[in-house]
Design a binder for this molecule. Structure first.
Ligand code: ADP
Ligand code: MG
Length: 488
């Protein structure tokens, strides 16, 4: 069969009706240690090729691995953050030949991973199962020169062993995800967790977090899993979504045209937006796994695990829940605040009495670049000035920008801008004058329904703002209007 182009037209989208997409992700994250998993060579991105190497990372004969304790600690942190059982584990040799792996085997964990089953909670509350999260070493990096970077057409290849031996945690998710959107939400949450616990910098663009995406399809209502393909070379959240869309379509097309899906490893090509066959799926026995004879099993003591647990920071999900527990805070606003790293500041300001809604409006609109020199004290004082009618929203925004830039006391900063609260009686005079000039609008305000009233109050407030060059507090003007209307 000739496959049609897989642009998602309305027609092809509807052909997906009746099919369920099933996704399970394998995420590799480089652990943020100073040195490699089994030697003292530096673990650092971006160095001159082959400078962060030593006999162990080059796999020289006679060199022996020594386990990096920090890497084990970070792996345990990952396990705890993902609600895994942290357990006694063992390293194994995974044998395969590739020039970027000088020993011809990778030291990994096989049937005894350091972290067993667990789960990750998506922001919407769904739990995605984790099968395991194990330690292994990274490989070096090949660059194929000429032929557009493809190995088959290259004139020669270069290899850089700086990455060889960098500690990795491989987090194997259960096939619990059901769409590209799900997959993206999972990776995004996982990345936030890894960064929050200091396990990894989570940079997909630098390759320190890499996602292999297993995709299968099955008729809606079917319990058994379909045959999966594993898609590699996904370098961004956007590519992840695109790859799932393309690959699931390809599989549905195969099945509906009477063919079957071969279990394969496929390569995502960012340029043409397709997946291409890389190889037929290898099985565990292809790797001839056996226990690594040069390393003893790793059995973290209960005391050590407890110690690591006690030192764990709050996780993003816990931070969101903490904020969402405050009155009047929407989940989306809580998520944004945590994402921007402003939840501690926001909560502290609220604790000092700042109006939660105003706090979050500032977080969303005026603090996208972080809090800078802004303290919780100054933030809450500023919001108090705003809710007390001393500053208008526009003025508050200006003062806030200064506080972020250079700190200070909001009242003093407001004074330097000449922001002073307008006297209510002065405002009343202005409103009276405006009413006298616009009797029809006033009548419409007084006699109108809710919608009409809103419209007309917008008009009056706008006029007053114009007259006072934004010095007036719109809320106070509204109060005056309401009061005068009630008296009519
Ligand atoms: P292997 O070790 O051979 O790669 P696993 O069974 O450990 O295979 O699964 C690897 C990944 O593939 C896991 O993330 C799992 O969730 C996912 N997976 C397994 N079966 C399917 C399937 N039928 N559809 C989608 N994903 C799957
Ligand atoms: Mg696998």
């Amino acid at each position: 069969m000739v496959l049609r182009g897989h642009a998602m037209t309305a027609e092809t989208a509807s052909e997906m009706d009746g099919w369920e997409v099933v996704i399970g992700l394998e995420v590799h994250a480089e652990l943020a240690t100073a040195t490699k998993l089994f030697s003292g060579a530096r673990n650092e991105f971006g160095g001159e090729p082959n400078t962060n190497v030593d006999p162990v990372s080059l796999g020289l004969p006679g060199s022996l691995p020594v386990l990096n304790e920090k890497a084990v600690e970070l792996a345990i942190r990952v396990g705890l953050a993902l609600n895994c059982s942290v357990q006694a584990s063992e390293f194994a040799r995974k044998n395969y030949f590739y020039p970027d792996m000088p020993k011809d085997f990778q030291i990994s964990q096989f049937d005894q991973p350091i972290n067993g089953e667990g789960w990750l909670e998506l922001p919407d509350g769904r739990r995605i199962g984790i099968e395991r999260a194990h330690l292994e070493e990274d490989t070096g990096k090949s660059t194929h020169v000429g032929g557009g970077g493809r190995i088959h057409e290259a004139s020669y290849s270069l290899v850089d062993y700086n990455r060889a031996g960098v500690p990795l945690i491989e987090i194997v998710g259960k096939p619990d995800l059901r769409s590209g959107e799900d997959a993206r939400a999972y990776v995004s949450e996982l990345r936030s967790i890894l960064v929050a616990i200091g396990a990894s910098d989570g940079k997909m663009e630098e390759g320190s977090m890499r996602v292999d995406c297993n995709v299968s399809v099955r008729p809606v209502g079917e319990d058994e899993l379909g045959t999966r393909c594993e898609v590699k070379n996904i370098n961004s959240l956007r590519s992840l979504g695109r790859a799932v869309t393309y690959e699931s379509r390809r599989q549905v097309d195969l099945i509906t045209s009477g063919q079957k899906v071969d279990q394969q490893t496929r390569h995502w090509n960012e340029e043409d937006g397709r997946t291409h066959t890389l190889r037929s799926k290898e099985e565990a026995f292809d790797y001839r796994y056996f226990p690594e004879p040069d390393l003893v099993p790793v059995a973290p003591s209960a005391e050590w695990i407890d110690e690591i647990r006690a030192a764990m920071p709050l996780l993003p999900g816990e931070r969101r829940k903490r904020l969402a527990g405050e009155a009047g805070i929407q989940p989306a606003a809580a998520a944004l605040t945590v994402e921007r790293g402003l939840d501690d500041l926001a909560l502290a300001a609220m604790d000092l009495g700042a109006d939660p809604e105003r706090v979050l409006v500032h977080v969303e609109n005026n603090l996208a670049d972080g809090q800078g020199a802004l303290t919780a004290d100054a933030f809450s004082a500023l919001v108090a000035m705003e809710t007390g009618g001393v500053l208008t929203a526009t003025q508050a925004k200006t003062v806030l920008a200064d506080l972020v830039d250079s700190g200070g006391d909001p009242a003093a900063v407001a004074a330097t801008h000449g922001f002073e609260a307008m006297d209510t009686s002065e405002l009343e005079g202005l409103v009276d004058g405006l009413i006298a000039e616009n009797p029809d609008d006033w009548e419409a305000f007084v006699g109108g329904d809710e919608g009409e009233r809103k419209k007309k109050s917008g008009f009056f407030v706008g006029q007053i703002m114009k007259a006072t060059r934004g010095q007036a507090d719109g809320r106070v003007v509204n109060e005056i209007l309401e009061r005068l209307a009630d008296g009519v």
